[in-house]
Design a protein around this ligand. Structure first.
Ligand code: NAI
Length: 462
């Protein structure tokens, strides 16, 4: 048994970042993790492996569609799936070992096993019980599967199974046109799989600016993804190594079915708090099964905090990381800061989609007067050279003050481009501030500046 200033349960982006910051601030810190490797869902079976497969399948797409145009002649590569998975696993290994290294460097103890909290101030891991002045729950989330659907991670899979399929299927049905469904759906579509996405709503990507969502769907359709919208999936049956998905169309209640070699269930995630002993502790939960916290991430039990997917807010790794740093600062007697108005969201398809702040829909609902500045990547020289003219940058600014209220990008490197707008919003900048900032030529970033110019006297290149 050992005694710590802080024990963090869970080593995902929330937990490990929190641990490093706690250690940097002089707190004696340990992290409980039951997986064989650190990094949680994100590094082991989520963000990082999916990005490896997105990268590999995008290279294939480039070879098949654009190499010849640039005078790069030769047979398009064929797919060695085993090697692609090995590459993905290697990427995972490099990242998870990197965290192990950072733990050693920062003198953070890894308590191996699954943790529970028998009482405030104590964390049990296996047979050992450790003392902790503060406990931080950073246990993340798990797929939320529709009732009546059984996941076997072979034919009916979550994102975890979809990242390690034994072979590339011929036909994939994706349930849910959210982030996971579209990222993984586009990986398999690029690998030549027939992909059909079934979505309950009448549009894809709930919460996304509607104009962007419409364009995004058009681009994905051009890439070969099929969409059935307004369809509620009722059941998934498996027989003889295949699956049948049955759904009801909401417009006329008619029932349909579709066969698939693999079905990816991507209908959202829910907080993972099983086995922690929260009930016995009397920790207050929200109606949606999240741990309730105050603005400083404190639960109703003194000395117990929670961050990341286990609490309210968007289920995003970077949101968890920032909360991890903020709570560490709070525990060290400083003022932890987190601006929930400026959290970027990114979908890592090709093209990427990113957003921050208000959408047109939320501004309309609030009755705010706003202006829209838009610029197409077709007017961006760099994008044209790189076959990346699909998409646009859209900036929403206050009609009177010109202050940037939100931004939405669909196009090349959208996930990186969004950050200059995040910084501008953090500083309360106007669209004109952005427009007056010199941007290097030729870069994709010029499209951001042009969209900012479009909020004023107009862009140059359109
Ligand atoms: P999601 O909430 O983004 O999308 C789920 C979709 O499933 C919704 O569009 C919903 O309408 C649909 N759906 C629900 N029930 C249905 C039914 N019976 N029939 C048909 N459609 C149905 O959830 P997703 O994609 O599973 O992602 C989970 C979480 O993980 C999200 O919070 C997401 O932000 C996060 N994530 C983020 C990533 C990123 O930032 N790039 C990558 C992967 C996950």
């Amino acid at each position: 048994m050992s005694s710590y200033d802080v024990i963090i349960i869970g080593s995902g982006p929330g937990g490990y970042v929190c641990a490093i910051r706690c250690a940097q601030l002089g707190l004696k810190t340990a992290v409980v993790e039951g997986r064989d490797t650190l990094g949680g869902t994100c590094l082991n079976i989520g963000c990082i492996p999916s990005k490896a497969l997105l990268h590999a399948s995008h290279q294939l797409h480039e070879a098949e569609h654009n190499f010849a145009k640039m005078g790069l002649i030769g047979k398009a590569p064929s797919v060695d799936w085993k090697q692609m998975l090995a590459y993905k696993d290697d990427v995972i290994g490099q990242n998870t070992k990197g965290i192990e290294f950072l733990f050693k460097k920062n003198k953070i103890d890894w308590l191996k096993g699954w943790g529970s909290i028998p009482e405030a101030g104590k964390v049990r891991v296996g047979d050992a019980t450790h003392d902790a002045k503060n406990i931080i729950i950073a246990t993340g989330s798990t797929p939320s599967v529709l009732p009546g659907i059984t996941i076997d991670e072979k034919i009916v899979v979550t994102s975890e199974g979809a990242l390690s399929l034994p072979k590339i299927p011929k036909k994939l049905v994706v349930i849910g046109a959210g982030v996971i469904g579209l990222e993984l759906g586009s990986v398999y579509a690029r690998l030549g799989v027939e992909v059909q996405v079934i979505e309950y709503l009448d549009h894809i990507t709930p919460g996304m600016d509607a104009e962007v969502a419409k364009n995004f769907q058009r681009i994905l359709s051009k890439q070969g993804l099929g969409f059935t919208l307004g369809a509620a999936v009722q059941s998934v049956e498996t027989a003889k190594g295949k699956a049948t998905v049955t759904y009801k169309l909401r417009k006329d209640d008619s029932t349909h079915s579709i066969d698939a070699d693999v079905v990816l269930v991507a209908t959202g995630r829910k907080p993972y708090v099983d086995g922690l002993g929260l009930d016995a502790l009397g920790i207050t939960m929200t109606e949606r099964g999240q741990i309730a916290t105050d603005a400083h991430y404190a639960t109703n039990i003194k000395g117990i905090y929670a961050i990341g997917d286990a609490i309210t807010g968007p289920m995003l790794a970077h949101k968890a990381e920032d909360e991890g740093m903020a709570v560490a600062e709070v525990l060290a007697g400083r003022h932890g800061h987190m601006n929930y108005g400026v959290i970027p969201g990114v979908i890592y398809t090709h093209p990427e989609v990113s957003s921050v702040g208000a959408t047109e829909e939320t501004l309309k609902a609030e009755g705010r007067a706003y202006k829209v500045g838009k610029f197409s990547f077709m007017g961006n020289g760099r994008a044209k050279a790189n076959f990346a003219g699909d998409g646009f940058v859209k900036i929403l600014a206050d009609q009177q003050t010109d202050r940037i209220l939100g931004a939405h990008i669909i196009g090349p490197m959208a996930g990186d481009l969004i950050h200059e707008i995040c910084v501008a919003m953090e500083f309360g900048a106007s669209a004109q501030d952005l427009a007056m900032t010199c941007h290097a030529h030729p870069t994709y970033s010029e499209a951001v500046r042009e969209a900012a110019l479009a909020c004023g006297d107009g862009p140059i290149h359109s």
